[in-house]
Design a protein around this ligand. Structure first.
Ligand code: ATP
Ligand code: MG
Length: 367
């Protein structure tokens, strides 16, 4: 998969931008606040993933313009696509592929998979479980449309159940709806757990050797799926997960009513990252946190490659400057193959990476 060309109009600080990218490494350099991250964000957006920075789509539109356009020529599975997204304030976005209207972000992600590593990803190790669920969800939504559909349905049901639990004392009749919601959430939840468990098992197989080499063979990274006691072995078939989720909900019924919060289900799950058997969240140093987060993303990239038979596009925002020379060399070796976008402040001499291009960005334009 690759982005051959990109045009931006009114996207963040880009008024009118157009570039042809290399199939290999594309280095995007420039001073602070010129638009390097914005460019990566535009590519990421084309893969159907929600922005890692914007809370609403309106934020992606230039401050003093009414609309934004992102247009790209993509190559995916041996075919070319012209994908276009139009964002207008106060309106629904409009997306097309080769002129045909697309309805969902999932349809975008069928054409372009991206793996993003950005400074905020340190939170993947450090923050609460929500960050790690977001990582699992975003990666799985790109790989498995069935997961994306189950997740959307689960989130909808969860929101309804949350409202029932919030309001039941004022409106006791709402409690009649709970069994139906619990059943449907358990059905969707079983699908989520099934996919997450297999994904994490595979991710762990890729992450272990990456992290070992990254840390100079000094550390051992392990990953496991914590299902907050709903199922002990999440690798069992979906039909066996479903009754266990129901049972768990049932045993938490009183606690949920009393706390007025939804305590049972895969929206509580976590991806446990350990280094040498200890929780990275609790014990990793700054450097270990960075290395662990990057190992996870490089493992995600290799997993996507194995799954699809094609490299996803890798977006590395501000990564190299923070690494020592040995780790830098490791990353640059490991990212060979596939298309990569790397941002940095100085024009980098990235030796040995094969054919690539460099782009100097200044104030939302090519310098
Ligand atoms: P750094 O090296 O500091 O990370 P950068 O080149 O990655 O810098 P960006 O994050 O891409 O910088 O942001 C470039 C500029 O775009 C910033 O000054 C930011 O305020 C501006 N910007 C962000 N959103 C919008 C928007 N919606 N409209 C116009 N400008 C915006
Ligand atoms: Mg930046």
């Amino acid at each position: 998969m690759m982005v051959r060309t990109l045009e931006l109009e009114g996207f963040r600080n880009y008024r009118s931008f157009s570039a042809d990218f290399a199939p290999g490494v594309n280095v995007i350099y420039g001073e602070n606040a010129q638009g390097k991250t914005n460019l990566l964000e535009a590519v990421r957006y084309l893969s159907g993933a929600p922005s890692h920075r914007a809370r609403s789509e309106g934020e992606l539109i230039g401050f003093d313009v009414p609309s934004a356009r992102i247009c790209a020529q993509l190559e995916s599975r041996g075919r070319d696509f012209k994908v276009e997204v139009q964002l207008t304030r106060g309106r629904r976005r409009r997306m097309t592929s080769n002129g045909v209207r697309l309805k969902t972000a999932g349809e975008l992600s069928e054409r372009l998979h991206t793996v993003l590593f950005c400074p905020e990803d340190l939170m993947l190790i450090r923050a609460g479980s929500a960050e790690r669920r977001r990582f699992l969800d975003q990666s799985l939504c790109q790989l498995r449309p069935r997961y994306a559909a189950a997740l959307a349905e689960y989130n909808r049901l969860h929101e309804h159940k949350r409202r029932i639990l919030r309001d039941w004392e004022e409106k006791p009749s709402l409690l009649d709806l709970l069994p139906e919601f619990n059943d449907r959430m358990a059905r969707c939840g079983a699908i989520l757990i099934h996919y997450r468990a297999h994904f994490i098992r595979k991710l762990a197989q890729f992450a272990a050797p990456i992290h070992a080499e990254f840390s100079g063979e000094r550390e051992k990274m392990t990953l496991s799926y914590e299902t907050v006691k709903t199922v002990e072995d999440p690798l069992i078939p979906t039909r066996e997960i479903y009754p266990r989720l129901l049972e768990h909900q049932e045993s938490h019924r009183r606690a949920e009513l009393e706390s007025r919060t939804c305590l049972s289900g895969p929206h509580k799950d976590d991806l446990l990252v350990s280094i040498d058997g200890r929780s990275a969240k609790q014990f990793a140093s700054q450097g270990q946190t960075r290395t662990a987060a990057l190992s996870l993303k490089l493992a995600e990239r290799e997993l996507h490659q194995e799954d699809m038979g094609e490299w996803p596009v890798l977006l590395l925002d501000d990564v190299l400057s923070e690494l020592d020379q040995r780790r830098r060399d490791f990353v640059l070796r490991r990212i060979r193959g596939g298309q990569v976008f790397i941002t940095c402040c100085e024009e980098e001499a990235l030796d040995g990476l094969g054919e690539g291009r460099t782009f100097h960005i200044r104030a939302g334009a090519l310098a």
